[in-house]
Design a protein around this ligand. Structure first.
Ligand SMILES: Cc1ncc(CN)c(N)n1
Length: 219
């Protein structure tokens, strides 16, 4: 079994919980309250900037030049393509600014940036993989289980269920598997641990948007 198949088996319970989250169910049905989507979009704008930075750090550290180019392209995709989606939603939902970064986003981006900087490069690649893979799976799950044609969140769904995103996801998985194939069992386990941590943080990110969780809530 290759590394990614095994890693996905590890996070299956997290993924199964994600697709049952109220945020995802209501996104699929088009009934998600706008204020929850606005919170998500604003936090995700912060997230994408730092996700892009993490990808650029990995690009500078990865050995193969072709992989470096792939990570540069991933970083550009996060900032240019995904953020454009956000900007169109910002206009549509009259969002004026992103506001402060809130706890779930803060936790996730700092986890990604410290892993990208301080962990081995294969662990760093594993840490960013859920950001690709879980989004493709969730996007595809929603796309295939839609019950309305007039969903205000259609652009989001189409982006992550689309062919362009799928190409990037396949490329990221292929790189992770190739790096893993040259690793010891202990190094592969460290990759799986990083993959699981980021998967948990994906869950937390959606949960925080649904509950509108801010720093002030814990005062
Ligand atoms: C939190 C999060 N994770 C992943 C993605 C998809 N790159 C995203 N837009 N936001």
């Amino acid at each position: 079994m290759n590394w990614s198949t095994n890693a996905w088996e590890h996070i299956k319970p997290i993924y199964n919980s994600i697709v049952k989250m109220p945020f995802i169910t209501e996104l699929r049905e088009g009934t998600l309250p706008v204020e929850k989507f606005q919170f998500y979009m604003a936090q995700d704008s912060h997230y994408l900037e730092h996700f892009g930075r993490s990808l650029a750090i990995i690009a500078s550290r990865i050995q193969e030049v072709t992989d470096m180019l792939a990570f540069i392209k991933f970083a550009e995709g996060a900032i240019v393509v995904e953020n454009a989606l956000h900007e169109s939603y910002f206009k549509e939902f009259n969002l004026t600014g992103k506001g402060n970064m809130q706890p779930a986003c803060h936790h996730y981006v700092h986890s990604l940036k410290s892993t990208a900087t301080l962990a081995s490069v294969e662990v760093a690649v594993a840490a960013v993989l859920p950001c690709f893979w879980i989004y493709r799976e969730v996007g595809t799950f929603i796309y295939e289980n839609q019950n309305t044609a007039a969903n205000p969140y259609k652009k989001w769904i189409d982006t992550y269920a689309g062919d362009d995103f799928d190409v990037l996801v396949k490329q990221a998985i292929e790189i992770a598997d190739r790096l893993a194939s040259k690793c010891t069992t202990a190094q592969q386990q460290a990759m799986t641990d990083a993959f699981c941590t980021s998967s948990h943080l994906e869950f937390q990110f959606w949960d925080a948007a649904y509950t509108l969780r801010t720093w002030e809530d814990s005062l």
